[in-house]
Design a protein around this ligand. Structure first.
Ligand code: GLY
Ligand code: MN
Ligand code: MN
Length: 429
């Protein structure tokens, strides 16, 4: 394995949390993701479904996890169905997980081969009151392509039309939003790798460098550290490009006098880091760049202090809007008149800060979580305010990943250069 796996204790605990939220007499089924095709005989690299990963750590295609806390046989309370290695697979791909390895990784004691699935399912249906099916219910999920969970759900409803169906997604959102200490350490590793990459960038950027050369420098550090690469498509945006929120071409030359916005994070062991930093191409901020940068930094620091157990994310976002408004007034981008005529639906600050400040992060960069319940210890959020001034070819966003503690917070990126003086120091060594 390229990464250090979490211990099976984590997955045992996660399945226990699932079982506690399930209705009596029901079982739940989770499928792997598909290996997505490209063209001809090409495929995308495999990316496991976060739900089965969260519950088992099994990072292999075509796996099925079944959790049946009230099963009559103790061997059937938790079952993994895996693809069996055959001679052809062994030659072309290498061996798949064997039963001992799968148990060691997941803590699931009963491992069957996939070929046994329908037979075992039939016997379990006979004693079940209902079944939980899984579906990606992220509020912004792309639904155009059917997942393996979706296809399984269709097959299941057709095969067992009279069985009562429940949704596992709300439970998964609840249990995935509170991280186990080992998960936090895995996220810390992703952030440490991201730090090392950013420090390389600080030492190589100069006028004339291409955005994709910076991307390559970062990827180099990620891969050599055991990461599989970027946790999401990286944004390396110099000058005006930083004002295009989802700029991912990373194709332009970085020009003397411009700033570069870098929104990059390493994946490590399937966990995401999500960092944004902005640096001057020539190693020195102009006074205007510094002014806007420090305005964003001030909002970032104050917003971080607001994230505490008990706080509602909706109210937090309104408060951050107020902090941003104050900064935009300070730096002359808004005036009193703009603020007087703003409405609740269209606050004046949105002209320069169009996106949200925080999202859940974990196995997915925009992780699932409970948006309408009070923040809890163990939640992990980004804090990422920004100011985008198209007429000045200047976009600044700063982003750290923050763990909520009972009595405060832990900044997983608190050791990554952030202050203007630190950035200039690194760039002019
Ligand atoms: N990198 C995506 C985001 O910041 O949300
Ligand atoms: Mn983010
Ligand atoms: Mn980001």
């Amino acid at each position: 394995m390229r990464y250090q796996a979490l211990t099976s204790q984590v997955y045992i605990q996660h399945r226990k949390a699932l079982a506690q939220q399930m209705k009596p007499g029901h079982f739940a089924i989770f499928n792997s993701n598909d290996i997505m095709p490209t063209s001809a005989d090409g495929t995308m690299p495999f990316k496991q479904s976060s739900d089965i990963l969260h519950l088992s750590g099994i990072d292999q295609e075509e796996s099925i996890l079944l959790v049946f806390p009230d099963a009559s046989s103790s061997a059937h309370k938790e079952i993994l169905f895996l693809k069996e290695t055959n001679p052809s697979i062994a030659i072309w791909e290498g061996a798949k997980l064997d039963k001992t390895q799968a148990t060691a990784l997941s803590g699931v004691k009963t491992i069957y081969w996939l070929t046994d699935f329908e037979r075992v399912l039939k016997t379990l249906i006979a004693e079940a009151k209902g079944v939980y099916l899984n579906n990606n219910e992220h509020t912004r999920a792309s639904t155009e392509v059917e997942t393996r969970d979706d296809r399984f759900g269709k097959w299941f409803r057709n095969r067992y039309p009279n069985v009562e169906i429940e949704r596992s997604a709300p439970i998964m959102h609840r249990i995935r939003s509170v991280k186990h200490p080992e998960e936090i350490e895995q996220m810390q590793r992703a952030c440490d790798i991201t730090k090392a990459a950013f420090e390389r960038v600080l030492q190589m950027v100069k006028p004339g460098v291409k955005e994709y050369e910076i991307e390559a420098e970062i990827m180099h550090e990620f891969l050599r550290s055991g990461s599989r690469g970027f946790a999401y498509t990286p944004i390396i945006a110099s000058g005006f490009n930083a004002c295009v929120l989802h700029y991912i071409e990373n194709e332009d030359e970085c020009k003397d006098g411009d700033m570069i916005l870098m929104d990059v994070g390493a994946e490590y062991g399937n966990y995401a880091a999500d960092m944004t930093r902005c640096i001057p191409v020539n190693g020195r901020f102009t006074s205007r760049q510094k002014q806007v940068y420090n305005a964003v930094l001030s909002v970032m620091k104050s917003a971080t202090q607001l994230l505490k157990p008990g706080v509602l994310l909706g109210e937090y976002h309104v408060q951050v809007g107020e902090l941003m408004t104050e900064q935009l007034l300070n730096i002359g981008l808004l005036d009193k008149h703009d603020v007087e005529k703003q409405s609740k639906e269209m606050p004046a600050y949105k002209k320069y800060f169009m996106h949200g400040t925080s999202h859940f992060i974990g196995l997915d960069v925009h992780d699932v979580g409970l948006w309408h319940e009070p923040i809890q210890a163990g939640n992990v959020f980004t804090v990422e305010p920004g100011i985008y001034i198209r007429e000045e070819n200047l976009g600044i966003r700063l982003e750290n990943d923050i763990v909520i503690l009972e009595d405060g917070h832990r900044d997983l990126m608190g050791h990554i250069p952030l202050e203007v003086e630190e950035i200039e120091g690194w760039m002019n060594r």
